[in-house]
Design a protein around this ligand. Structure first.
Ligand code: SF4
Ligand code: SF4
Length: 340
């Protein structure tokens, strides 16, 4: 599938972004508006939401992307440059991301009490339309919810939407519920549409509001090189003793020929060696024992040893501590503290 430039830029889409917090019904409201457009207004549309931690009070964004019937919608990218932003709680205006990308000729609808004009509205484009509706009071008085009031205000403020179609979709959404819910939602919707007021001369921004995108702290250019341990040696404190299941390898020093085969197969490098110079003056190594702090009891060393110098023995209490040869003597106290 190929995407043309309008898929990416949003050109010839009509895009609405709801800025809300969990519990205010933004997702349902978005679904109703998109449903009205697709089912009752002969438009193409898509709707989806993004949630924070999915609990009441966390940020919720709901996206509605609409297009004429002959224009397919093949993107589900979040809406970054909306024609309309609906803010479900005036407190959200304090965060610059709430108004991110609002077009210069766009519309901002916010839930605010009578005469409430947050100073943050200066971030709105001068040429944008700003609408306030007292969603909370109306919802309370009509025993409805803010989302019904706000989609009423939206349907009235935006000529691209058919107010009657949105109202009918609202009714249809709750048709299976108690009749009084449909009626109270209808009243809230009507009051939202009728009582929303245009606020003049609050925006100070020339042109579109710049888009804000949140980026992770590390990207492909800034992430540390993979495979590098910034704190080398930290695994020296690992303790794998609980991985053993009642059996442990035990070295019989008198049978060992220091061939090193056990060390080749041990996945955790728990065999402890020392160096020496033999009678002929040649350097050599001696297997001193096993550090059981790192031994998980896989028994590969036992299977590999050709002389029978390492055998599989039942592990009795205190046996590992007694036979242990520390790989890092400087850590011995730490390992010992483990058993205190
Ligand atoms: S039992 Fe496994 S982990 Fe333990 S010393 Fe032998 S090979 Fe290493
Ligand atoms: S494989 Fe056996 S003989 Fe060889 S070093 Fe290990 S314990 Fe000693």
């Amino acid at each position: 599938m190929t995407r043309d430039s309008s898929d990416r830029s949003g050109a010839d889409f009509f895009e609405i972004r709801f800025e809300s917090i969990g519990g205010l019904g933004a997702h349902v409201a978005g679904k109703i508006v998109a449903g009205a457009a697709v089912l009752r207004m002969n438009m193409n549309g898509s709707h989806f939401s993004s949630y924070g931690s999915e609990k009441k009070g966390s940020v919720v964004r709901s996206f509605i992307r609409l297009a004429p019937a002959d224009r397919s919608i093949r993107t589900s990218a979040p809406i970054e440059e909306p024609d309309v932003i609906v803010v479900f709680h005036s407190g959200l205006l304090a965060h610059p991301a709430t108004l991110s990308g609002l077009k210069a000729d766009g519309t901002l609808i916010y839930a605010g009490h009578e005469n409430e004009i947050p100073e943050w509205l200066k971030r709105v484009p001068k040429s944008a339309k700003v609408v306030r509706v007292d969603a909370q009071t109306i919802a309370f008085e009509e025993k409805s919810r803010e989302n019904a009031v706000l989609i009423g205000a939206l349907a009235a403020a935006v000529p691209e939407l058919d107010r009657q179609a949105v109202c009918e979709e609202l009714e249809a959404t709750f048709a299976g519920k108690n009749g009084h819910i449909v009626e109270s939602n209808g009243r809230a919707f009507k009051r939202g549409a009728d009582e929303a007021e245009i606020i003049e001369n609050v925006g100070r921004v020339e042109g579109d509001v710049p888009t804000m995108q949140s980026h992770p702290a590390w990207g492909y250019k800034s992430a540390p090189i993979g495979g590098v341990l910034p704190t080398p040696g930290n695994t020296a404190y690992n303790d794998l003793q609980t991985s053993r299941t009642g059996w442990m390898p035990v070295l019989a020093r008198d049978k060992c020929i220091d061939c090193g085969m056990c060390d080749m197969v041990c996945p955790d490098l728990c065999l402890v060696w020392s160096t020496h110079v033999d009678a002929d003056g040649k350097p050599g190594v001696t297997l001193d024992g096993i550090d059981y702090q790192y031994c998980k009891g896989c028994m590969r060393c036992v299977e590999t040893c050709s002389t029978g110098a390492i055998t599989r023995e039942a592990e009795l209490p205190g046996m590992a501590d007694e036979l242990r040869v520390p790989l890092f003597p400087g850590l011995a106290a730490t390992a010992g503290d483990r058993h205190a």
